[in-house]
Write a protein that binds this ligand. Structure first.
Ligand SMILES: C[S@@+](CC[C@H](N)C(=O)[O-])C[C@H]1O[C@@H](n2cnc3c(N)ncnc32)[C@H](O)[C@@H]1O
Length: 273
């Protein structure tokens, strides 16, 4: 009886009180109503400027934008930019352009910032996302920021007729594949298939860069109060660096480099074919 009451009270707290409070803020609304995984929420996280209804909404937004997990998300963007910047330098001395295929790109913020901050014309990017709103947002921002060589394509990465076929059919062959904030949504079986496909699609010496969460201190909040665009509970898959090291090694990748952030949440991983 006591257990049933405490479960009821907990659900009431998360699913009614907290959910309604979150909805007053821009990020909270996105996480609870429009779909927690949407790349548009991530643009707001990167902008880091609190918005919401009335003072309370802005206050809640500020609190959300200051969560360690959200700091960690902004941190991973910087790490990805750093690896890409280094790869552009390596490709430059070999007279190669850096061609990035960004899987589940959202607004492709790290790619846009990289081009802006370094005035870099030695990088070309194709950003793929299944969410039309993200594609529209990315296209608008690229235009507004007057950026060249970044294209957005709407597509489900599981329906690209396999990445290998995509790469073969295209005259534009990526030498870098980025997957930021993607693998956390998928089971080991799906992730392992994707890693194999990426390996096959990359040319020799091509680079894979991705992020993975080994831990999040907002797990309960995310599971209980937030939902995906399909209305389902937000199920996330956490993985240890050892998992990735072994999987990438067995898939044929070399030069496997894994970093862990100061919150011990995000791993940024790069590996070369
Ligand atoms: C967490 S956001 C990451 C956005 C961006 N990569 C970043 O790190 O800022 C996840 C993105 O994955 C996209 N996504 C999820 N499943 C996908 C699929 N099967 N095909 C293409 N995009 C997908 C979502 O639409 C969403 O924009």
């Amino acid at each position: 009886m006591i257990k049933r009451v405490s479960v009821y009270l907990e659900n009431f707290f998360y699913k009614v009180l907290l959910k309604n409070l979150l909805k007053t803020s821009k990020l909270g609304y996105g996480l609870v109503v429009t779909g927690a995984e949407s790349g548009t929420n991530f643009e707001h996280i990167y902008n880091n400027r609190p918005q919401g209804s009335f003072i309370i909404g802005r206050y809640v937004d500020k609190a959300l934008l200051n969560l360690p997990a959200v700091h960690a998300t902004r941190g991973r963007k910087e790490d990805i930019k750093g690896i890409l910047w280094n790869e552009i330098g390596n490709n430059r001395i070999r007279n190669r352009k850096t061609k990035v295929l960004d899987l589940a790109s959202g607004g492709g913020r790290y790619l846009r910032e990289l081009v802006q901050e370094h005035r870099n014309s030695e990088i070309e990017s194709i950003c793929i996302d299944k969410d039309g709103t993200c594609i529209q947002l990315g296209e608008e921002l690229v235009k507004k920021e007057d950026l060249k060589n970044i294209r957005f394509l709407k597509g489900d990465i599981f329906r690209l007729n396999h990445l290998k076929t995509f790469a073969r059919r295209s005259t534009w062959i990526p030498n870098v594949v980025v997957a930021s904030g993607l693998f956390i949504y998928f089971s080991n079986q799906t992730v392992e298939k994707m890693i194999t496909e990426i390996y096959e699609a990359l040319p020799s010496e091509g680079l894979l860069i991705f992020s993975s969460y080994e831990h999040l201190n907002t797990r309960k909040l995310m599971r209980k109060a937030m939902a995906t665009s399909s209305g389902e509970e937000w199920t996330l898959y956490y993985r240890k660096p050892e998992y990735w090291r072994s999987l990438l090694h067995c898939s044929g990748f070399k030069e496997i480099f894994i970093t862990r952030d100061q919150w011990q949440m995000n791993n940024i991983i790069s590996a070369r074919k």
